[in-house]
Write a protein that binds this ligand. Structure first.
Ligand code: FES
Length: 352
């Protein structure tokens, strides 16, 4: 048993863009299995406070691994006082952050055996593609075959685009890689690399005929491009990653008119009933009431917060793991369920 607390010690901080810092971290107190699991493309869970001091668990993609215990993460400052903002402000050389686990299903092994791979990244969602591309570059430089990769990257401005220089150099030097950057919030002259505006459905034809498509970005980005990709490349393997929770539904006029300021949650397994303010995900509601729910991604990917819901009024946002049959049987994900009004029955321990 290893009783040294699992910590990430910050060894170096570099500024990638004005809003993105890269932290080089050393895993301390970790056993060999944990160190082996620190693979680029997977994500590490840090336990760190937000700017008010409230502790949270947050996931960050591992963008590079060096040696046995050194790895990098890239963190974007969000400006909302969250964990990423506090990491930006306080994590510096010599300081530490508690680590909880490494998770994720996507790594170099997920794509290396395909011939054609498409990648779609939104903003800081580039962290997963950059991790995979660095792995492919190493293989390619060793003379090993790698897939042909087309990356469509969507960024607000060129200056806010992390790893852009590295991506442009990769495209210049490696014949197997093509890059298309869509710039949504500034005027750019469209040319071979840059296109002004958001990518549309037709844009996906730039991916050619991919056997696998990696999608990484906000929940909204991943949801939208999952639908488009499924429609356009139904035979492709989808590899989706997202770390942002779904946005709460906008209250309708009817909901505003009916005083829907709070909802009741009836836990059928314990018969406990709680009344909570409406407007958050079921996962947030339960946690803020002191009811623990297993969770990891908070974005509808890992499936750890699987529950059953019925009765009352609630909205199920899109997720990336439940089947239609699961949904027909009443299964839902607490992170993607938004209670709206009435008394909602929640089974926290549904039989599988
Ligand atoms: S926490 Fe991962 S699906 Fe809900």
């Amino acid at each position: 048993m290893n009783d040294i607390p699992l910590q990430a010690r910050c060894e170096r901080v570099t500024t990638e863009t004005a809003g993105v810092k890269v932290f080089t971290l050393r895993a301390q107190g970790a056993h060999a299995d944990f160190l082996n699991s620190l693979e680029p493309g997977k994500h590490v869970a840090l336990h760190y406070p937000d700017t008010t001091g409230t502790q949270h668990q947050r996931l960050y993609s591992i963008t590079r691994k060096q040696g046995a215990d050194l790895f990098e993460i890239a963190v974007k400052r969000e400006g909302r006082g969250g964990v990423s903002d506090h990491l930006h402000a306080t994590l510096q050389e010599g300081s530490t952050a508690p680590m909880q686990f490494v998770a994720g299903d996507i790594s170099l092994a997920s794509i290396v055996n395909y011939k054609y791979v498409g990648m779609l990244a939104g903003g800081i969602g580039i962290t997963l593609p950059i991790a995979l591309l660095r792995g492919l570059l190493d293989l390619s430089c060793s003379g090993l075959p790698v897939p042909r990769v087309v990356l469509l990257l969507c960024v607000p401005t060129i200056a806010e685009s992390p790893f852009l220089q590295e991506l442009l150099e990769l495209e210049l030097t490696m014949s197997w890689f093509s890059l298309h950057v869509f710039v949504t919030r500034e005027t750019v002259k469209s040319n071979g690399h840059f296109t002004a505006g958001r990518p549309c459905v037709e844009t996906l034809s730039l991916l050619g005929l991919p056997e696998a498509v990696v999608i990484c970005g906000s929940h909204r980005f991943a949801r939208g491009f999952r639908e488009h990709t499924l429609a356009m490349f139904p035979a492709s393997k989808l590899l989706i990653e997202s770390f942002t929770p779904p946005a709460a539904p906008v209250p309708t006029e009817q909901m505003q008119a009916q005083d829907s300021a709070s909802v009741r949650l009836h836990m059928t397994d314990s018969d406990q009933v709680i009344e909570v303010p409406a407007g958050n995900s079921l996962l947030d509601m339960l946690e803020s009431s002191g009811i623990a729910v297993p969770n990891q991604c908070r974005a509808g990917i890992c499936g750890n917060c699987r529950i059953k819901v019925s009765d009352g009024e609630y909205k199920l946002e899109s997720d990336f793991c439940l089947s239609n049959q699961d949904k027909d049987e009443g299964y839902a994900l607490a992170c993607c369920t938004f209670p709206l009004s009435g008394t909602i029955k929640v089974d926290l321990k549904p039989s599988v």
